[in-house]
Design a protein around this ligand. Structure first.
Ligand code: SF4
Length: 304
């Protein structure tokens, strides 16, 4: 293992590459990454990073987002079959039909979507900024795709009419109200934080709803010492590592995304040594998909 890690560092230096890893990645990948974060943090990094090569340890749509924001760089993903079932739940036909049905609505697209869906949208959002983005747009009607979990959470908080799409994250939607009630019984003195991709019935009996970066910030700054966490289990490793004086419990072992665990050190090594797998997006789609992402980043930076 030590030898493999030192080989990865050596190759990374030789290729002038930077390793970005999502919060849900395996501990061994989080430990070796240059930057760990949620989709928003990694999108911003991808657009600012100077290295000519980005190795994205996450799922396909994340690496695609990095490529869209840094089209001149080589963006590599260590495993090609790390997809996202949520992103795959919508295709261009379904979105076109919604857009035809609601011609006055703007389309807000969660970053957990393909480049093609982004290219058809007015603006992108992440779980960290979804409400801010929806509130920032001019139209009073919004088509929100593809996640009905996050979309319904935003709909509860905004004055705009939100038209939802029936997509969902199988990992977060797997968590039931009963799972949470059981976990609360086991840890009665813990506060509950769940991800907005969870169902409404789970969110409604939680104390707080945050994306992963919000969870980390809240855990650091909060006066509470024990937390029940309702997001993919990889986040527990990061929370325990970065906030070692507090306790974190995963609400249920169901909170496991198989696609996020497909990347390991061996595949990362192969990715660097064989320069694989490069993300390619047709130019016309890439250019159209860039605009809604840049618009989101512009709003994000102007309101900070
Ligand atoms: Fe997709 Fe859900 Fe896995 Fe995230 S946790 S990659 S949204 S399936």
């Amino acid at each position: 293992m030590k030898k493999l890690i030192s080989e990865i560092f050596k190759l990374k230096k030789e290729k002038d590459a930077v390793i970005l890893a999502h919060n849900y990645q395996l501990p061994e990948i989080q430990d070796i990454a240059d930057f760990i974060g949620d989709s928003l943090e990694l999108s911003m990094l991808a657009s600012n990073v100077e290295a000519p090569v980005i190795i994205f340890c996450g799922v396909q749509f994340m690496a695609e987002t990095a490529k869209i924001l840094s089209p001149k760089k080589d963006v590599l993903i260590p495993t090609l079959n790390a997809g996202c079932p949520l992103a795959d739940m919508i295709d261009s036909n379904s979105l076109s039909q919604l857009q035809e049905k609601y011609p006055n609505a703007s389309t807000v697209c969660y970053v957990n979507s393909s480049a093609e869906i982004k290219a058809m949208s007015d603006i992108c959002c992440t779980s960290a900024n979804a409400l801010k983005i929806v509130d920032s747009i001019d139209s009073t009607e919004v088509i929100f795709v593809p996640d009905k979990g996050l979309g319904s959470y935003v709909a509860e908080k905004t004055n705009k009419k939100v038209i939802l799409y029936e997509g969902y994250c199988p990992t977060h939607f797997n968590l039931t109200k009963e799972d949470l009630l059981k976990a609360k019984e086991l840890h009665p003195d813990a506060v509950t934080i769940v991800h907005p991709e969870c169902s409404k019935e789970v969110r409604d009996i939680s104390n707080f709803v945050f994306g992963t970066s919000g969870m980390l910030k809240f855990a650091r700054e909060s006066k509470h010492n024990k937390f029940l966490i309702g997001t993919e289990e990889g986040m527990i490793y990061r929370l325990r590592k970065e906030v070692p004086n507090k306790e974190f419990f995963l609400i249920s072992s169901k909170l496991y995304c198989p696609n996020m665990k497909k990347t390991n050190l061996q595949l990362l090594y192969k990715s660097l040594s064989e320069f694989r797998y490069t993300i390619e997006i047709p130019k016309n789609i890439l250019e159209k998909a860039r605009y809604p992402l840049l618009k989101m980043l512009e709003i994000e930076s102007s309101k900070q």
